[in-house]
Design a binder for this molecule. Structure first.
Ligand code: PRX
Length: 628
């Protein structure tokens, strides 16, 4: 623990937390690891099994296309599953799972291994080969984990699309990745209703000629249409193959997955992660930040459809041989105490969730958690957006019983793993993600790229490569270079603004680009705008994010109608629903403003900044480039 007095509201770890921590004295390791980054990562990598070891830990000769563990042979699934089969971990629970209706499943490491082998054999039988892209469109059921691991096992590249995306969004992602197979389920339980995922897939695949097969997991029992020759039931296919399957030996830099995320244009970016570095980075960050121990029961309440689920539901916990919990349904179903009842029932020890969820629970009142015994918890976590200190204190007091440190982890789809994050023995400040993880170098800089003064706002940048970093944008390497490394050569631009306080603690302020953060979901203003203009009534649209009590940001849309259409409450509702239909229900605008004109620069670029200022009654700033 740091002995020095820190500024502001500080929560020091208890003596018990410190003495139990994997890293009881982080200051020492911060210093050593920062000075010896490659040695640190080589040591971590040596905790896992490689078919053959690397020549170099890091090869920066082709920067910003960095390579980690060059020429090593590995497969992340060998470390997540295969190697546990010769140890006691084989009989350990990998996942406790509960369905929304209360149905239960338990999968040991042995069970998961066999299921993944079988499904990998199904994929092979369907002709899936190394390097093929497979789209996965599912809810939170164990088979989504099986599907991802089965792809990785045979060297195919999975592309998971969050089950809340609508037909055109799904179709666009299938098409961009040229997937030849889609894995889905009949329906997904959410708030007591079944979402017909298979129907959405049918409509999307009708627009995607690359797809040869659709494998369907039977979950909700809803009626689905199976297209002969194309569609196959998961349960029928896994029953036909055997339970042994060799794991493909891959280059450490072989692609593991692509995951689409929103950027500043209407076209989502396909972030590419690899087997070797991602494996070492995700496992190490989970182990040190959440102090994972043999008897923990870890609950990352995210969805596997986002990076948080990829890294910290699927890969890192399995790499560590940890026991996880997964819940299928909506957080408040059938009542606002569902989550707390689950923690009590399964005696979960760590909860990792998002500020938006915490605020939603906070609004329901502390009476709900108070009905349950939450004393099994020993650590909490937060991710997805800056946590407001009020929500932090509520989480700390009513969920953590004032004895669980909160790990506020700042990271991105691009970073693959936690970047700015505490470890349990570090003093905490509500709202701050504290410091860069071991070996990492973060900074806050001005336009010119110079570090700004203490407590001054600037661009958040990362000045050293890290093992779990994205390697490129699949199919668009130029955009990768320009987007992340173009502003300051050799330095990664995160797209967030931040400040660093007098103790070196980082405070994330928010995105500086046209990326929205709605309930912890990342959306691009351009994506929502193009959804709006795909409606026949809309000529032009501009979208901004405004503060929202629960969601963090709510979407506000300014539209210019085409001639012949008139503004009305009905049209507003129709446009909101249209965004849900073509993009996702999570992207629904809070409000539509019908405009006669949009503020534009003389070159025709919509000035969202001006709309934002006007909507909030704030000064408009520099409007010298404004057209009128
Ligand atoms: O703005 C930051 C915010 O979420 C962005 C990354 O979104 P995404 O790629 O979808 O990944 C989300 C889960 C890792 C960041 O650029 N963000 C994420 N975590 C935090 C955060 N902002 C503040 N504090 C965090 N802990």
């Amino acid at each position: 623990m740091s002995q020095q007095e820190l500024h502001g509201e500080v929560y020091y770890p208890s003596a018990q937390v410190v003495s139990n921590a994997i890293i009881p004295n982080p200051d020492e390791l911060y210093e050593w690891a920062y000075a010896n980054p490659l040695e640190f990562w080589a040591q971590r990598a040596n905790e896992y099994e490689w078919y053959s070891k690397w020549d170099k830990v890091l090869d920066d000769s082709t920067a910003p296309f960095y390579k980690w563990f060059t020429n090593a042979q590995v497969n992340i699934v060998h470390n997540a599953l295969d190697r546990h089969q010769d140890t006691d971990t084989r009989d350990k629970v990998a996942f406790f799972w509960e369905g929304e209706a209360g149905d239960e499943r338990v999968l040991t490491y042995g069970d998961l291994y066999i299921e993944v082998n079988r499904f990998a054999n199904v994929l092979k039988k369907l002709g899936v080969a190394k390097g093929d892209r497979i789209t996965i469109y599912m809810g939170r059921i164990p088979e989504i984990i099986v599907a991802m691991l089965a792809c990785a096992k045979i060297g195919a590249i999975h592309s998971v699309v969050f089950g809340g995306f609508s037909v055109p969004a799904l179709a666009g992602r299938i098409d961009d990745s040229q997937s030849n197979l889609v894995i889905t389920q009949d329906g997904n339980w959410l708030n007591g209703k079944v979402i017909d995922l298979k129907k959405i897939v049918d409509e999307a695949v009708a627009q995607s000629p690359s797809v040869k097969h659709v494998v369907v997991v039977q979950r909700a029992g809803n009626n689905v249409t199976m297209h002969a020759g194309r569609d196959l039931w998961y349960h029928e296919e896994v029953a036909k193959v055997n339970a042994a399957c060799e794991t493909e030996q891959l280059d450490a830099e072989a692609p593991l997955y692509i995951l689409y995320t929103s950027g500043t244009t209407g076209k989502p970016k396909a972030i590419l992660h690899t087997h070797g570095g991602y494996m070492v980075g995700t496992a190490t960050t989970l182990k040190y930040v959440f102090d994972i121990r043999e008897d923990d029961r870890w609950w990352c309440a995210a969805d596997p459809g986002w990076v948080t689920g990829h890294s910290y539901i699927v890969y890192a916990p399995l790499l560590l041989g940890a026991t996880s919990f997964m819940y299928e349904g909506a957080p408040m179903f059938p009542a606002p105490d569902r989550w707390w009842s689950l923690i009590d029932k399964y005696k979960l020890t760590i909860l990792y969730t998002a500020p938006t969820a915490i605020r939603a629970f906070m609004r329901q009142g502390e009476g709900h958690p108070a009905k349950h015994d939450l004393s099994s918890l020993r650590l909490l976590g937060s991710v997805g957006e800056p946590i407001n200190p009020e929500a932090w204190r509520w989480y700390y007091k009513y969920i953590g019983g004032e004895h669980c440190p909160i790990m506020d982890t700042w990271w991105q789809t691009e970073t693959g793993g936690f970047m700015i994050t505490p470890v349990p023995a570090l003093p905490l400040k509500p709202g701050s993600g504290t410091k860069p993880f071991f070996t990492y170098e973060a900074d806050v800089v001005n336009e010119a790229g110079d570090s700004v003064a203490v407590n001054e706002e600037g661009y958040l940048v990362l000045k050293r490569p890290w093992p779990s970093m994205l390697r490129t944008l699949y199919g668009d390497p130029e955009r990768y270079v320009q987007q992340y490394w173009g502003k300051y050569p050799g330095i990664y631009l995160a797209g967030d603004s931040a400040r660093r306080d007098e103790d070196g603690y980082f405070w994330i302020i928010g995105r500086v680009d046209d990326v929205l953060n709605v309930s912890g979901h990342r959306l691009g203003t351009a994506e929502v705008e193009s959804a709006l203009v795909s409606h026949p009534a809309v000529a032009e649209a501009a979208v901004i994010g405004l503060p929202h009590e629960i969601k963090g940001q709510g979407i506000h849309a300014f539209v210019l109608l085409r001639a012949g259409y008139n503004e009305s409450d009905e049209l507003e509702k129709e446009l909101i629903q249209h965004v849900a239909n073509v993009l996702s229900p999570i992207a629904k605008p809070e409000k539509i403003y019908f405009m006669a004109k949009l503020p534009k620069t003389r070159s025709g670029k919509i000035m969202r900044r001006v709309l934002k200022a006007r909507a909030q009654g704030l000064p408009e700033g520099d409007t010298s480039t404004l057209e009128e």
